[in-house]
Design a protein around this ligand. Sequence first.
Ligand code: NAP
Length: 247
Amino acid sequence: MDSVAIVTGGSRGIGRATALAAAKRGYKVVVGYASNKAAADEVVAAIAAGNGKAIAMKCDVGVEADIVDLFKQADGFGTLAALVNNAGVVDRTARVDEMSAERLTRMMTINVVGSILCAREAVKRMSRKHGGSGGVIVNLSSVAATLGSPGLYVDYAASKGAIDTFTVGLAREVSAEGIRVNAIRPGLIDTDIHASGGEAGRAQRLAHTVPMQRVGTAEEVANAVVWLMSDEASYVTGTIFDVSGGR
Ligand code: NAP
């Protein structure tokens, strides 16, 4: 199989688990990362150890030139079949009356603009309108989009609300061109992202609020992502799929 999957933020957490799961399904994986080259290289090595193919590429999705370059380099690796718009950030816990314009611009640039620009590059390659042979896009949203994250990071929640709307709109825009677009809304997943919000133990602390009474793993989210990428999901588009233990 010569099908390439690009996973932005594939060096750690949900992106890492997705990169590994996609490789197991036969994709050649482009592992995007922002700054942690060592982590991305470890993912590539783990894929190679399982006889898969992967390359690591630095791509800050907050920088348009990085995105354009990522896709150009991926063109030399095979045919783009899947994009997982996984890269995303939270900021320190804050109320809205404490948020700076700089913080909000960074949040929206990485989480929203970055995902839309990556999708733009993917559509140019996948769409039958542009001579492509179709493909799949999976966006990482969050249950924060429905909860709003009051007192924590409403800006992050709003960025994920935008991802939900974008998912529905893009799915309808490109369905007839052979591209399926879906989103996953993870709940509390055990990754490093909680430390970025200032509380590394946040997921475990809130585990009792989850109907299933536990946090989820990156692999449990990745399983849903690769299912949406697969032909098993051939009639699924414009869907927002909760992987949240019922939260
Ligand atoms: P994580 O453990 O913090 O990992 C973040 C990944 O994204 C890393 O690979 C990081 O690269 C990369 N990244 C960060 N900023 C980037 C940028 N500007 N450009 C490109 N890559 C960047 O995060 P995670 O928990 O796996 O989250 C993955 C996605 O799931 C995010 O979109 C997040 O919002 C969403 N999500 C997570 C949870 C959860 O509970 N964990 C819940 C709901 C939704 P480096 O290694 O180079 O830093």
